[in-house]
Design a protein around this ligand. Structure first.
Ligand code: SF4
Length: 121
């Protein structure tokens, strides 16, 4: 099987072709112009991950929500499930930059952290 992907490890956006055997082994990676692209392509075909940036509801703050992000990469196939958890979460003001808003989301070991502050009203 052949998989064509765009490397997003830098703004160059190289087109990469990955040949994958029936058993899932990577046979070849071509089109990348550096080692990072090779690493990205192999990970994308075996264990794709994504960072997540969104907002969490705030109770009693000067804003209704506070921006947040995953403190690490999450499995791509768990992103939608993570969003459901985050969408139902609510934290009490005040919120400080870097506060953990959702700890160890879905048992991934990754925390959802505030990327801004939200003082209380
Ligand atoms: S292969 Fe290298 S140069 Fe090309 S997009 Fe990826 S990181 Fe950038």
């Amino acid at each position: 099987m052949q998989k064509n992907i765009i490397c997003v490890a830098c703004p160059m956006g190289c087109g990469i072709t990955v040949e994958i055997a029936d058993n899932g082994d990577i046979l070849s990676v071509t089109g990348n112009t550096c080692k990072r692209g090779d690493t990205y392509a192999r990970a994308e075909c075996t264990n794709p991950v994504r960072s997540l940036a969104t907002t969490v509801k705030v109770d009693g703050g000067i804003h209704n929500v506070v921006p947040c992000k995953s403190a690490g990469s999450l499995p791509k196939d768990k992103i939608m499930e993570c969003m459901k958890v985050i969408n139902t979460a609510e934290v009490k003001a005040p919120v400080a930059l870097g506060d953990i808003l959702v700890e160890n989301i879905l048992g991934t070991g990754i925390n959802i952290v505030a990327t801004n502050h939200c003082p209380a009203k």
